[in-house]
Every structure is written in C-alpha cells, then in structure tokens.
Design a binder for this molecule. Structure first.
Ligand code: 5GP
Length: 192
C-alpha cells in the first residue's frame, strides 16, 4: 500500500533493536484518514470472505480494527485483553503471549461466549515481527472452534520469523507494508 509506505518513510523513526516507531500516525496518535484507507485495503484483500467478527489485541489493534470493521459491514470487533479485570467474568478463553519488545510473557483472554464455531474471524494487528501476538490470537480462534479467514497486518517486518511461521501453517496473512530491512536508520521494503 503505497500511501502507507510513504508515511512510514516520512514519519517513521527507527529505534535500537530493529524497532520502528510509528506513534505519530498509527499506534499512539492515530491518523484517522490513513486508518480509513487501511480499512478499505483490508476489505479489498479479504473481499468475498464471509467474515462475521474481527479479533485484535489491546491496545494498538483496537482503533485499526474498529475502523476496518466499517468496511466489513460493521461486524463486531473483539479485542483480547492483557489483564484480567473484574469486568471479565464468566468462562474465558486464555492463551499465553511472549513479548520480545517487553521481555515478558502474559496471559491474553477473551470471554468464551463472544466467539463461537459459527464465526468466521479476521485477525487484525498493527505489527507482525516474531509472530507471538498473532499466534496467541490464532490459538483463541482455534479454542473457540471458529473459522479463520486470515490475518490483516498493517506493518510486517519480513526479516523476522513471524510471517513465515504463520504462513507455514497454511494461514493467509495480508500485510500492507512489508519491511525487508532496517539498516543504519533506513527502512527498506520487500521488492526494492
Ligand atoms: P510479535 O509478537 O510479532 O513479535 O510482535 C508483537 C507486538 O510487538 C506487535 O503487536 C507490536 O505491538 C510490537 N512490535 C513488534 N515490532 C515492533 C516495531 O518495530 N515497532 C513497534 N512500534 N511495535 C512493534
């Protein structure tokens, strides 16, 4: 997605450890016009898939998924929670996610009744790096017995192993910007 690539080149900042900061337009301050284009692009790529729910993870995925939902007939958006709050009562589906950026493993959960075997799910997230967050969300879909249409990712770092891990399971992954390397503070995209 050309618009997104240009925005990454113009406003993204490279940090130590191959981390790309995009907090001015994607995951802290959000550019709603850009999120709108992102939602439309996910809808183009997954057109024809009978999606009934979008699943994401708090916090960065929520805004992206909510706007994308408008392009999928306003299907419900579920965001997996990283903490077990009092509002989360009843039976839960729980999985473990290891965060390499934060160096911790935490439980991620949704209420069991929100996803059923009648659902076809699109998973949406902001980044795909080592794939741990996505694998956790995929596990929740599998535990629910729901069908998985695929994963829509805004930025995939293809030099890390996550994309390969998930595609090798036969799961469709559509990433709107695919970064092949971050070297000397410069971002390069696949195919360049
Ligand atoms: P993964 O589980 O695929 O390694 O990445 C999980 C999460 O780490 C992503 O959802 C994202 O929140 C964060 N993350 C990974 N790489 C980056 C990055 O380069 N920049 C930012 N801002 N977040 C990242």
């Amino acid at each position: 997605m050309e618009l997104l690539k240009q925005r990454i080149l113009n406003d993204g900042r490279v940090k130590e450890g191959n981390i790309l900061k995009v907090e001015t337009f994607l995951n802290h301050q959000m550019d709603i016009a850009l999120l709108d284009e992102i939602g439309a692009e996910f809808a183009r790529r997954f057109s024809g898939a009978p999606i009934t729910k979008i699943l994401t993870i708090e916090a960065s995925g929520i805004g992206i998924a909510a706007i994308a939902s408008r392009y999928f007939g306003s299907v419900p958006v579920i965001f997996a929670k990283k903490t077990k709050s009092k509002n989360l009562d009843g039976e839960l589906l729980v999985t473990k996610v290891h965060s390499f950026t934060k160096g911790v493993t935490y439980d991620v959960q949704i209420s069991k009744h929100l996803l059923t075997e009648d659902d076809t799910v699109l998973i949406i997230d902001d980044f795909l790096a080592k794939g741990q967050a996505l694998l956790g969300l995929i596990d929740l879909v599998e535990q629910a017995g729901a069908k998985l249409a695929g994963c829509g990712i805004v930025i995939e770092k293809t030099f890390q192993e996550g994309g390969g891990l998930i595609r090798n399971k036969g799961i469709r992954v559509e990433s709107l910007a695919m970064i092949s390397s971050i070297e000397n503070g410069e971002v390069h995209f696949d195919g360049e």
